[in-house]
Design a protein around this ligand. Structure first.
Ligand SMILES: NC(=O)c1ccc[n+]([C@@H]2O[C@H](COP(=O)([O-])OP(=O)(O)OC[C@H]3O[C@@H](n4cnc5c(N)ncnc54)[C@H](O)[C@@H]3O)[C@@H](O)[C@H]2O)c1
Length: 249
């Protein structure tokens, strides 16, 4: 028997990276997983691998959200779990960021999470409750240069999570945010991140399945947690590893 037998789970950005790892772990615990993405071929492959279904869903498109959730509810029943994982990144100095680039990042990473919460809330309430996991970042806890739109979007997700948790708690809907540090996925594939990891207490990149295990815990077992942040970053945001000389006397 799985921890999530029969539960209906929507995972956005499920075609690769952390989203695909989330799909696999939720399905392994018995959830009926709906893999959503804009990469249709890759998404369909993941859906087949996990015994789930694929739906094209651009998270920035409110009509697309309404249509997908209506179909899922009709075919599988009320949505129990939503993993708002889809995200994009772009590297530009704030003073050189075009409005179109700002809007691209905010529309997927922040507006997409808002639209997802809004799209499933009524269904979750009707089904007796649910869990929404919003994938933010350490960029939702601190700043990074050349990532202003991304950082703003991820801080936005953190705040949105708290407001939603306050409103939806009485409907038995928990809403939490996850804050990964550097994780090995297609998003980070081309980046030179070695130095960044060398200064962490756990001096290595994280793996997508490590984040997926946290997501499973939040969905299945974190029954007294809502509105709060869960950091999974190898200690990257704990502080600076200053070496202070200590007199042994
Ligand atoms: N990889 C990291 O180091 C890291 C760290 C912290 C947070 N994150 C966040 O974790 C999440 C997953 O990232 P990842 O590293 O697996 O990235 P990834 O690029 O490997 O996967 C992201 C997925 O989101 C999909 N996507 C993009 N725009 C979409 C849209 N409009 N609608 C639907 N799907 C869309 C992509 O097609 C892709 O399948 C993102 O929100 C990202 O910002 C990543």
């Amino acid at each position: 028997m799985g921890k999530l037998d029969g539960k209906v789970a929507i995972v956005t950005g499920g075609a690769q990276g952390m989203g695909a790892a989330d799909c696999a772990i939720l399905a392994a615990e018995g959830a009926r997983v709906v893999v959503c993405d804009v990469l249709d071929e890759q998404g369909a492959v993941v859906a087949k691998q996990v015994g789930g279904e694929y739906r094209h869903l651009d998270v920035a498109d409110e009509d697309n959200w309404a249509a997908v959730v209506a179909e899922v509810v009709k075919e599988l029943g009320p949505v129990d779990i939503l993993i708002n994982n889809a995200g994009v990144v772009g590297f530009t100095p704030v003073a050189a960021t075009a409005l179109a680039e700002w809007n691209r990042v905010i529309s997927v990473n922040l507006t997409g999470v808002f639209l997802g919460i809004r799209a499933v809330a009524a269904s979750m309430k009707a089904g007796g409750g649910g869990v929404i996991v919003n994938i933010s970042s350490t960029a939702g806890l601190t700043g990074y240069p050349n990532l202003a739109a991304y950082v703003a979007s991820k801080w936005g997700v953190r705040g949105l999570t708290k407001s939603a948790a306050l409103e939806l708690g009485r409907d038995n809907i928990r809403v939490v945010s996850v804050h990964p540090g550097g994780i090995r996925t297609p998003m980070t594939a081309g980046l030179e991140l070695g130095e960044m990891f060398a200064s962490q207490p756990i001096p290595r990149i994280g793996e997508a399945d490590e984040v997926a295990k946290l997501v499973l815990y939040l969905v299945a077992d974190a029954t007294y947690s809502t509105g709060t942040e869960f950091v999974i970053d190898g200690g990257a945001t704990v502080g600076q590893a200053l070496t202070v000389a200590v007199d042994p006397e």
